[in-house]
Design a protein around this ligand. Structure first.
Ligand code: NI
Ligand code: MN
Length: 233
């Protein structure tokens, strides 16, 4: 599979058979992302929670790509369906197969609302995603989250991802030291930091995160992609 970081928590995952999965499609208003909404052509859009820096351009991208399906929590899927979008709602612990990838929603410790609407509508529970590719490779996208013990007992020991994408920005999520503990608990082969340096309030040094990870776990390698860089696994 291939993985391309689009800045912040936006990632494009492409299966070996070409299924294009866009996670947290914060494109147009993302200061870190050089792309336009018309530059992405997903088959699947996955949204971890309702906040604008994750929900992003979902509606516009889904309308531009009418064959795409959106996977989100149940509440966000209802909101999208009312806007005419092809959305499937799942919930924590559930798995859905799309093409050659199965997608499971797991826990995140955060909040979720449609914060771009004036009355701040409820948008279900925040989540994370585990992508299980046809060759058995597993990628975990943590969404926005604080540190919690089931990163070890559920995500690490039960689901065992090969690659973990973890937020390090602080303020809204874990900081680099907490994310290094998360890396130790989840114990993937590769960890990739996200949700940092897109805004001044989440400025962090990813090399510091890498150093903390290497002190805790000799088996876990940190990769720090540049925005728009593609990594192949
Ligand atoms: Ni958030
Ligand atoms: Mn966020």
């Amino acid at each position: 599979m291939k993985l391309r970081w689009l800045g912040h928590s936006a990632f494009e995952l492409i299966s070996n058979n070409g299924l294009n999965i866009l996670v947290d499609p914060f494109i147009q208003a993302n200061p870190a992302c050089p792309l336009n909404v018309n530059d992405v052509h997903p088959d699947v859009i996955c949204i971890t929670h309702g906040h604008a820096d994750h929900y992003g351009d979902t509606i516009e991208i889904a309308r531009n790509n009418p064959n795409a399906v959106v996977i989100s929590n149940y509440e966000i899927s209802i909101h999208l369906q009312r806007n005419g979008i092809n959305a499937i709602g799942i919930n924590c612990g559930a798995e859905i197969a799309i093409g050659d990838v199965s997608i499971r929603m797991l826990e995140a410790r955060h909040s979720s609302s449609l914060d771009f609407e004036i009355d701040l509508p409820y948008a279900g529970s925040p989540g994370s995603f585990l992508f299980n590719f046809e060759n058995g490779q597993k990628v975990f996208h943590a969404g926005d989250t604080g540190l919690f013990s089931d990163m070890k007992f559920v995500i690490g020991e039960v689901y065992r991802p090969d690659v973990a994408l973890l937020p390090i920005g602080n303020i809204f999520t874990m900081n680099p030291a907490e994310a290094a503990i998360a890396a130790e608990w989840i114990n993937p082969q590769v960890v990739i930091p996200m949700h940092y340096n897109s805004f001044p309030s989440i400025r962090q040094d990813p090399e510091e995160f890498s150093k903390l990870v290497s002190e805790k776990s000799s088996e876990c390698k940190t990769l720090i992609p540049k925005v728009m860089e593609t990594l192949e696994f």
